[in-house]
Ligand binder design. Structure first.
Ligand SMILES: [Zn+2]
Length: 245
């Protein structure tokens, strides 16, 4: 078992699926470091299945769409009124804090907010992180995470005008959104399975996992076209799955 891994806490695209899949959330573990990456609705419940939230080192929120940020509210409530934790580092795209603030009226110092934009670099213990602005209608950042010589990239939400190539060397692991199948693209602010495969091929990714599928999309069809675009095997994320980087 690797000490650099990503566990899926939720992966439903845009809204919660009837199969009880929560929206986007991932637990990144790197040695003794634990990072909650995206806080989609339902993901906080699953986070608590995997770690004691007092062991959380930081939170990353890629953008202000509710299916990626709204469960930060749950952590705020537990940390403030249950655990008396404060100053939990939150690395969030622009507009996240402002979007969430009306829900809480006062953060009570629970979080130490850091706004991250295109090219921002942060270090969380031994994890080096670089952010890149994606092709999405609100400020959105993809994340490149490097630990112990391994490189993982999470696309967050993006349209087709962004590529993980901006992060330089080929990722060992690419977690890419794939909201639609290619012939059923409902919005240019997301990409299809085929386009996710193309992104992985152009970035020379070693492995590709698809996430954020619109709930009614056929995952097998999305995977098949991603394999065509990538030229290698592809996995579709499922809640509870853990990927060793
Ligand atoms: Zn979005």
């Amino acid at each position: 078992m690797s000490d650099f891994s990503i566990t899926v806490l939720g992966c439903s695209g845009s809204y919660s699926a009837s199969s009880s899949e929560p929206c986007s959330g991932y637990l990144v573990r790197a040695g003794a470091t634990s990072i909650w990456m995206d806080c989609g609705n339902g993901s906080f419940a699953n986070l608590q299945r995997h770690i004691d939230v007092r062991d959380l080192d930081a939170v990353i929120v890629t953008h202000s769409h509710p299916d990626h940020c709204v469960d930060l509210y749950g952590l705020h409530v537990l940390a403030t009124y249950g655990l008396q934790c404060c100053d939990i580092p939150v690395f969030a795209a622009a507009e996240v804090e402002a979007k969430m603030r009306p829900l809480v009226s006062d953060w009570h110092g629970t979080f130490a907010w850091h706004t991250v934009g295109d090219g921002a670099q942060e270090t969380i213990n031994d994890v080096d992180i670089v952010f890149s602005a994606t092709d999405h209608p609100v400020p959105t950042v993809a994340a490149s995470l490097r630990f112990d010589g391994k490189h993982a990239v999470y696309t967050a939400d993006t349209g087709p005008l962004w590529s993980p190539e901006v992060f330089g060397n080929a990722p060992d692991f690419l977690l890419s959104e794939a909201s639609y199948t290619h012939d059923d693209r409902r919005s240019p602010i997301h990409i299809s399975g085929y386009q996710a495969g193309e992104l992985a091929r152009s970035a020379q990714a070693q492995r590709l996992v698809l996430t954020h599928l619109w709930p009614t999309i056929d995952p097998l069809a999305c995977r098949a076209e991603a394999i065509d675009g990538f030229g290698g095997d592809v996995v579709v994320a499922r809640t509870g799955d853990r990927y060793d980087i």
